[in-house]
Ligand binder design. Sequence first.
Ligand SMILES: Cc1cc2nc3c(=O)[nH]c(=O)nc-3n(C[C@H](O)[C@H](O)[C@H](O)COP(=O)(O)O)c2cc1C
Ligand code: SF4
Length: 487
Amino acid sequence: MEPRRIASLKSAASFRDAQERLGIDLPFDESVEPGAEAPLGRPYHWRGGTVGNRFAILPMEGWDGELDGKPSDLTIRRWENFGLSGAKLIWGGEAVAVRPDGRANPNQLVINDANLASLERLRLRLDTVHREHFGRTDDLYVGLQLTHSGRFARPYDKRKMEPQVLYRHPCLDPKFGLGADVHLLTDDEIARLVADFVRASRQACDAGYAFVDVKHCHGYLGHEFLSAVDRPGRYGGSLENRTRFLREIVEGIKAEAPGLEVGVRLSIFDFLPYRAGPDGRGEPWPWPGLGSPYPYAFGGDPSTGLALDLAEPSTFLNLLEELGIHWVCTTAGSPYYNPHIQRPSAFPPSDGYLPPEDPLIGVARQVAATATLKARHPNLAIVGSGYTYLQDWLPHVGQRVVRDGGADFVGLGRMVLSYPDLPADVIAGRVSDRKRICRTFSDCTTAPRNGLVSGCYPLDPFYKARPERERLAQLKRDTLGPSSSSA
Ligand SMILES: Cc1cc2nc3c(=O)[nH]c(=O)nc-3n(C[C@H](O)[C@H](O)[C@H](O)COP(=O)(O)O)c2cc1C
Ligand code: SF4
């Protein structure tokens, strides 16, 4: 059954019907309330201060930094847009590598002494733009996402993966062509990486960031620790060992940057990797142990690898609370091996597959899993993700989720690339500009997968006018066929 286009669901009744047909039950309000007292406009208070409203900007890199890891003009423009969005929580800005060999692409930002002043200017630029539009920044909370790309490192050459893995993976190794010579990180190398994260956190603090996100999602290194069930030694096996990396980093941050808050962006569940089947639709990777338990999906049901089991993620959140961590951003899976559970889309990126399920099911899965964890951990500040596919219905669902306590913040990813000031419009009660609503064409993912800078080529006039747009259109015709043009 082909998914119903969200743009065609013009009434609450039709949105409800579409859900009934799919057997899902997304919370939503029929109308959206404007103003500072409304669920999305209301401030969030916590022991460290106040965050002015309930919109968060999710981290989004643009594959557009300079080769030495400094922000480029394109990076600065994206952060200016984050500032003018009206959202008061900036969750991490974008993934910033703690050292050059940990970059996911040669144009990823890197935090080190040489780049510190430019990373501080990036934050200040966001602050300035925010103040110009909204008059104050004392209720704006800005963090920096710290990463090492591990298995998905591609640090020096766009065409060459240089993975550093924690364990040999029965599906991901063959899927990404990793041979016997792949670099397995030793415990000593991990200890050095911990020191890099701690040093990077101190530097982020010096550059004025209020918190760092020690990234544990999307298949990158932090996330890979959580599924290292058969790695021997200090960092694998038991959950205690698999969380040692995080615990050591947090201990180091407390010692070296005591004023800095720590957050964690976590893939709260994972599935088997997927691949395109004969008809182009996604299907689970036929892992050699098919039929036997699949233990490598953190938060996944080991009996199938295709459903959720939130027991370990909930224990992980207990640990965060014990460590004094207040900020959590939920996400799922990985854009590299199961993008449909991570960023539900109508149109696949060039290295993806046609949706194996209606993308609304993917949104509902993330919203429900986040609400389950929020109910179990009411004292944590929880930011949800994966809302963009809701398109015109995003504010209606987001408002209801926050009103019901299913999350404290609504995180916005792709929507902010096409329609940066959506949060300001919602809070001001302005009618949404439908022409700028992200329709999940995936060009912002297809472009970087093919070595181009990321951006909203279909809807943002700035990217529409860039020369890369024609190359991207050609690439899509070559890989996805003649009917692939997005908009
Ligand atoms: C172009 C692009 C870049 C992204 N970069 C990052 C990143 O640097 N760090 C991260 O944690 N997630 C990253 N994401 C994932 C988003 O933060 C978000 O989880 C995802 O897009 C789903 O949210 P949405 O439905 O609102 O788009 C990226 C997504 C896109 C589309
Ligand atoms: S390219 Fe634009 S419309 Fe397409 S998914 Fe990205 S933000 Fe949305």
